[in-house]
Design a protein around this ligand. Structure first.
Ligand code: TYD
Length: 136
């Protein structure tokens, strides 16, 4: 997996005078079956989170409110993405290191995942991530 596999996914937006509505459907407008949804909120401004990679887990991250700065790193290249639209998600594949900064007050991050929570799937040290890439 490389950072080129980490693409933005535009959700449908249904707009009328009452406001906007977007939706996510497993295997339809996202490329996997959702097994888990989690969200991160009430994060101090400019606080960084994540700082890990996953061995197998694929996820899509949404910024439902506020703004997130996401740095993706495949061990060779990095790219930075600002996520600030609730109708846009960033597909983050396995084997990608990610750092996520919460840039605004009340930023709300929602993540949909293709696996249940498993701490054994995490790589939380950058050197271990580089080693993992060499043998996988
Ligand atoms: P952590 O992975 O450190 O959060 P982040 O990557 O956003 O900085 O997760 C914080 C804690 O929450 C950690 O003890 C693992 C736990 N956790 C769950 O129990 N279930 C989950 O689905 C997730 C994502 C985390």
């Amino acid at each position: 997996m490389s950072i080129a596999d980490c693409i933005l996914i535009k959700l449908p937006e249904i707009k009328d005078s009452r406001g906007n509505l977007s939706f996510i459907e497993s295997n339809k407008n996202i490329p996997f079956e959702i097994k888990r949804i989690y969200y991160i909120y009430e994060v101090p401004v400019n606080q960084e989170r994540a700082a890990h990679a996953h061995k197998e887990l694929n996820q899509i991250i949404f910024c439902l409110s506020g703004s997130l700065e996401i740095v993706l790193d495949d061990g060779s290249n990095k790219k930075t993405i600002i996520l600030d639209s609730p109708s846009e998600g960033l597909f983050m594949s396995s084997k990608i290191w990610r750092d996520i900064k919460f840039c605004k007050k009340s930023s709300l991050c929602m993540v949909v995942a293709d696996q249940y929570y498993d701490e054994n799937d995490y790589i939380r040290e950058y050197e271990l991530f580089k080693n993992f890439l060499q043998i996988n």
